[in-house]
Design a protein around this ligand. Structure first.
Ligand SMILES: Nc1ncnc2c1ncn2[C@@H]1O[C@H](COP(=O)(O)OP(=O)(O)O)[C@@H](O)[C@H]1O
Ligand SMILES: [Mg+2]
Length: 145
């Protein structure tokens, strides 16, 4: 995988960092000149993943969340959100629409569905007790070039 540009951003698991992560991704993506809609989709998907690390991954502990954003050839954006939290016992079940382990907090269970819908490819890796890594790829259109 040829990487044209990359940033890494490490933040503690605080909910204020959901917006920090969105802002970091937005400013990095300026170089790729995304449309308003593309940027909005990516920001939403990043928010969902970082929120999951904060509220689920580090529910009983604290730790860092690592965000990696890459610009790949052909205007592909690669985004990785990694935590070292509790992990997911059953990834397939977790990714089902409306599945949530926190219904009492009025979680919708739609975070993974949103990530899937707003990007081209979503990969989730998780090891129980070790943490979760979410990778999203989205190819930007070629408007105006
Ligand atoms: N980073 C994570 N660490 C641990 N569990 C997670 C993580 N991300 C998601 N999950 C699990 O997957 C479920 C579904 O996630 P999601 O679709 O975002 O719905 P919601 O966050 O509304 O519960 C969560 O309820 C949680 O059990
Ligand atoms: Mg969620």
């Amino acid at each position: 995988m040829k990487v044209l540009n990359e940033i890494k951003f490490i933040m503690p698991s605080l909910s204020v960092n959901e917006s920090a992560a969105r802002a970091v991704v937005s400013s990095f993506l300026t170089q790729a000149d995304p449309t308003v809609e593309e940027l909005s989709d990516i920001r939403t998907a990043v928010s969902e993943a970082v929120t999951n690390s904060v509220v689920h991954g580090y529910r009983h502990t604290k730790g860092n969340i690592e965000l990696t954003v890459r610009l790949l050839p052909e205007r592909v954006i690669y985004i990785k959100i990694k935590d070292k939290g509790c992990g997911i016992p059953d990834i397939k079940q977790a990714m089902e629409p409306l599945f949530t382990t926190a219904p009492e907090e009025e979680r919708s269970g739609l975070g993974f569905s949103v990530m899937e819908q707003f990007t081209d490819k979503l990969t989730v890796k998780s090891v129980l007790g070790k943490g979760t890594t979410v990778i999203m790829r989205k190819r930007l259109g070629t408007h105006g070039d």
